[in-house]
Design a protein around this ligand. Structure first.
Ligand code: GSH
Length: 218
């Protein structure tokens, strides 16, 4: 039995969607950043980094979306979420996910958690002003990849772990203050495709999310 700790609409949604895609036997437990749950002693015992996602397994605890995704894919081979016969492609999928986690997410954190990087409102404004340029550059690379592979998924015909990864950050891009989603028609079409997947609908229902990202954090 697996337990996923998530916060509604946070990047833990990636792991949530993948658990649904895998048909995993799991329980999803919601925590609230606003209530400080992630800094409570009981949660720090789960994840000392005070972040979601965290996946509790019978054998131990895993954090970090890219690692959780690979774990779920490897323990649910029947879901075909990672190519087993193509080591290069499997690692290209991992590289895509790490790019999202370390470049796109960190750029967006300059808006969501500016205090991690510098102190004071002027610094926060300077950090936020840089984000659209950074994000537009990162998403241009992804838009080109979708053009090169021909879609419909991030790596072509086969749905992979990179699709929910892209989807979640494409949602945040649509918030309006962190890049220009209208520059990326292939990413927009990919998002629409993802919204139609039943695994995504189930994760959204669990987390109480609507299709419109502007309603997620109200
Ligand atoms: N590299 C981690 C990042 C996890 C992370 O930053 N999670 C955010 C939500 S998107 C969080 O828990 N933030 C709480 C905080 O910063 O206080 C991953 O990809 O899993």
């Amino acid at each position: 039995m697996l337990t996923l700790y998530y916060a509604p609409g946070a990047c833990s949604l990636i792991s949530h969607i993948v658990l649904e895609e895998a048909g995993a036997d799991y329980e999803a437990r919601s925590i609230s950043f606003a209530n400080g749950d992630n800094h409570a002693d009981w949660f720090l015992a789960v994840n000392p980094k005070a972040r979601v996602p965290a996946l509790v397994t019978d054998d131990g605890i895993l954090t970090e979306n890219p690692a959780i995704l690979n774990y779920v894919a490897e323990t649910h081979p029947e879901a075909h979420l990672l190519p087993r016969d193509d080591v290069l492609l499997a690692n290209q999928i991992l590289a895509f996910n790490v790019f999202m986690a370390t470049s796109v997410h960190i750029a967006f954190r300059q808006i969501s958690r500016p205090g991690d990087y510098a102190d004071g409102p002027e610094a926060a404004q300077a950090l936020a002003e840089k984000v659209p340029e950074l994000a537009n550059g990162f998403f241009s690379v992804v838009e080109r990849q979708l053009a090169d592979t021909g879609g419909p998924w991030a790596f072509g015909d086969a749905y992979s772990l990179s699709d929910p990864y892209l989807f979640v950050y494409a949602n945040y891009l649509g918030m309006g203050d962190r890049g220009d989603a209208s520059l990326f028609p292939r990413i927009a079409a990919h998002r629409e495709r993802m919204l139609r997947r039943s695994a995504v609908k189930r994760a959204f229902a669990d987390e109480g999310l609507s299709d419109s990202v502007t309603e997620w954090f109200q």
